[in-house]
Ligand binder design. Structure first.
Ligand code: GDG
Length: 736
């Protein structure tokens, strides 16, 4: 029986136990007395019968003083039943005859001895008294019987209690179920269809409230989702103010948005190369709050206060960064091991085998717990909004949920979600899924990733899935699964350099002529980004179109990433070798075809490269979204430039005007490069204009805004549910 019905029935069972107990206590002495009287009356009746049967023989024998026969007669009479003794006394009160074993305390003059019931009968003949017959019955058995009777009465009350309680609990359970079903029907039918005719009268007060609330929610979602008004930091701020007024916002991610490093000129601040940071940082600036992340910089400890906090951005503090410190062992197991050698290849179809080690998993569990504890410690309220970022923290949502059951936990999974078969090879798949179902809201980039996730849960856990509503009900909690395509902050015009200047500056920097055609690649040096395939496409394009030798180069920015892992070291070696090979093959006096920069660049350098390039090449083998594609588009206010985009990125679902390719198909990549290099400006403009409109409107503030709006909606739904529960409880109490 569900806990809820059980709790409700307890309210009925305790008073019942009390009432029955008191009733039993009050009843027992009365029942006792009645039993005693009944037994006495029974004994009296037996004595009277016996005395009557002895009367005639005694009337004959006493005058004869036939001692022998009288004694034998009396002895025979006491041999059965509860009769202890019979005596015969003369009229003066002297004992004349007695049965054997007469108790010494029984005589003709004294009152009945204890534990005995005495009955007397006077024998007369012709009006002359011959004496009296005294029969003494044993009453000691009455106490025993009385005790037995008490046990029976007690057992009857106990049985009544058990039966009534079980019946009560059963009725409570079915009433509860009935109420819930009635409410659900009401919500589906009466509230949604606006049909109140058949609403039971007891629900009518609730229907109006629910309908108004639902209407308001639907209206809000529709207006905000399709509002032509662009999403801005101000709009996000006012949304937070209106929808989550005063609610606390906490962000958790592995990567911190600002890293303090010791450099040649003292402590320097660095922004990491991370799509997650690119997206979440502007949102945090807009909404303040606290961002909890791993303090990985060499000067991070030197820049925090006693609570490990530092205000960021350094130049214009807008929110708090709370750093969590990890030992080398923890970082190796949780970050490099389970997250990046296990989950990363597991979720990306890039044909790199995941590695699962128990020791890594143990560190992953422990570090998730440490971050969950940090969330709980940083929360000042019992129902904060917690935004969990990425695959490093699959277990954290449930851990936080256990400590802060009223929190609204939103998680965004920045990488793809594989199909159930692929995910199924993870030895801890159930634990990961259970952790993720601790979320109130779980977001992926695309509907396809959501579908994969729901199918995976369906395959490996016992849950209730509502496919239409995209919800999963597990362990008494509901998780909403939704796609939220991530994006970037649209750059402010004043932050951008003149495009002509950028073009000239980059060509000077690379020592190539002004007319030199430049393709740009910007990636973390990761095997999922298809850098090898990109170089191969360049090689093939030059094979097919040698007229571009010396007139075209690919500038590849490859930010070092996870370099302590062997897979990444091998990739770097391979990428360097291939670049060298191509440059050797197409050696020319002007410029090498592949310019590889394996180093970190700052954001403003990258923005200038985007503006200076003729085309941008994104050839990911698998990518959740890919922000580089969107950054390139946002940078091109001249509406020129061509984007080549892998079909295996989330971005390809939105940027249809890009040249979409299959990066595994090298010929196709080569053709796309050639087509981009020869595309007329008018076509470039047409394509770029359309993509720019999309990226400007569907920016990162919209991404965060829609998620937070849904969170606010779910918070309200939670409150409605609480209201329904308290309403049902009250009604049920009345019914019971
Ligand atoms: C994941 C998913 C999803 C690159 N080099 C440097 C640098 N970057 C910046 C880029 C861009 C970001 O890093 C990379 O964005 P991606 O989208 O390629 O993302 P991943 O890091 O793989 O991240 C991805 C993303 O999360 C967001 O959800 O799109 O699918 O894999 O912003 O400009 N930034 C700096 N120096 C560099 O050298 N400062």
């Amino acid at each position: 029986m569900p806990l809820r019905s059980f709790q409700l029935s307890l309210r009925f069972i305790f008073p019942l136990a009390l009432v029955l107990g008191l009733f039993a206590l009050a009843t027992l002495p009365v029942v006792d007395e009645l039993t005693r009287r009944w037994f006495m009356r029974d004994l009296d009746a037996r004595s009277a019968m016996l005395a009557a049967s002895l009367q005639q023989p005694l009337l004959e024998l006493v005058p004869l003083e036939d001692v022998e026969h009288i004694a034998s007669l009396l002895d025979r009479s006491v041999s059965e039943g509860k009769l202890r003794a019979i005596i015969f006394c003369d009229a003066a009160g002297h004992l004349l005859y007695q049965s054997k074993n007469k108790p010494s305390e029984l005589n003709c003059r004294t009152a009945a001895p204890s534990q005995m019931r005495v009955t007397e009968r006077v024998l007369e003949q012709d009006g002359i008294s011959l004496g009296k017959l005294v029969l003494a019955q044993d009453t000691s058995f009455i106490d025993g019987r009385s005790m037995e009777f008490r046990y029976y009465v007690f057992a009857v009350f106990l049985l009544m209690f058990v039966v009534i309680s079980a019946l009560g609990a059963w009725i409570a359970h079915w009433s509860w179920q009935g109420w819930i079903t009635a409410l659900k029907t009401l919500l589906r039918r009466d509230v949604i269809t606006q049909n109140s005719a058949s609403t039971p009268p007891e629900f009518r007060p609730l229907v109006g409230d629910l309908r108004a609330m639902l209407h308001e929610m639907n209206l809000e979602r529709r207006t905000t989702q399709y509002s032509p008004q662009a999403w801005t930091p101000q709009k996000l701020r006012s949304l937070l103010h209106d929808e989550l007024a005063g609610d606390e916002i906490l962000v958790v991610s592995n990567r911190e948005p600002y890293i303090h490093e010791r450099g040649e000129h003292g402590i320097e601040v660095r922004r990491p190369a991370s799509g997650l940071v690119t997206a979440v940082e502007p949102v945090m600036r807009a909404c303040s709050g606290t961002w909890i992340a791993h303090g990985s910089g060499s000067a991070d400890r030197a820049t925090v206060d006693l609570q490990d906090r530092v205000k960021v951005p350094p130049k214009r503090p807008a929110y708090t960064l709370r750093r969590v410190w990890l030992s080398q062992e923890e970082e190796d197991g949780y970050y490099y091991g389970f997250s990046n050698e296990g989950l990363w290849p597991l979720c990306h179809m890039a044909h790199v085998r995941p590695v699962f080690r128990s020791s890594d998993w143990n560190q992953y569990v422990a570090v998730n717990q440490r971050f969950a504890d940090a969330v709980v410690a940083e929360a000042h309220t019992d129902d904060p909004v917690v935004l969990v970022q990425d695959y490093h923290f699959a277990l954290l949502p449930r851990m936080v949920r256990e400590k802060l059951p009223k929190a609204t936990i939103i998680m965004f999974w920045h990488i793809p979600w594989p199909n159930p078969e692929s995910f199924g090879i993870c030895p801890w798949r159930e634990a990961l899924l259970e952790g993720l179902l601790g979320n109130t809201l779980l977001g992926f980039h695309t509907p396809f990733h959501c579908k994969n996730f729901i199918e995976t849960v369906d395959r490996y856990l016992e849950t209730r899935i509502e496919h239409e509503a995209s919800t999963i009900f597990y362990g008494g909690e509901l998780t909403q699964i939704e796609p939220y395509p991530i994006s970037i902050a649209w750059p402010e015009p004043e932050e951008q350099h003149d495009i002509g200047v950028c073009r000239a500056a980059l060509r000077t920097e690379l020592s190539v002529p002004a007319s030199h055609r430049l393709a740009l690649g910007v990636d973390r040096l990761d095997y999922t980004k298809g850098i090898v395939e990109r170089f191969q496409a360049v090689e093939r394009m030059l094979e097919l179109h040698p007229e571009f030798i010396g007139r075209f180069s690919l500038l590849q920015i490859a930010a070092p990433s996870r370099s302590s892992l062997e897979e990444y070291q091998n990739l770097e070696a391979r990428v360097r070798m291939l670049a060298h090979h191509i440059n050797q093959r197409f050696v020319n006096p002007v410029a090498p075809p592949v310019m590889l920069r394996v180093e970190h660049h700052n954001a403003s350098q990258l923005a200038q490269y985007y503006r200076a390039a003729d085309l941008c090449v994104v050839t990911s083998l698998h990518d959740g979204m890919n922000l580089v594609a969107k950054e390139f588009i946002a940078a091109r206010e001249d509406e020129l430039g061509v984007l080549i985009l892998s079909q295996f990125t989330g971005a390809a679902r939105e940027l249809h005007e890009a040249l979409i390719i299959n990066p595994y198909h090298i010929e196709q990549g080569a053709q796309a490069l050639y087509r981009a290099l020869t595309m007329p400006e008018a076509e470039q403009r047409e394509r770029m204009r359309s993509m720019r409109t999309l990226v400007r409107d569907f920016n990162v503030y919209r991404w965060a805004g829609l998620m937070l709006l849904d969170a606010a909606r779910l918070r309200r739904r939670q409150r409605v549910t609480e209201k329904i529960h308290s309403f049902s409880k009250r009604a049920l109490r009345r019914a019971v």
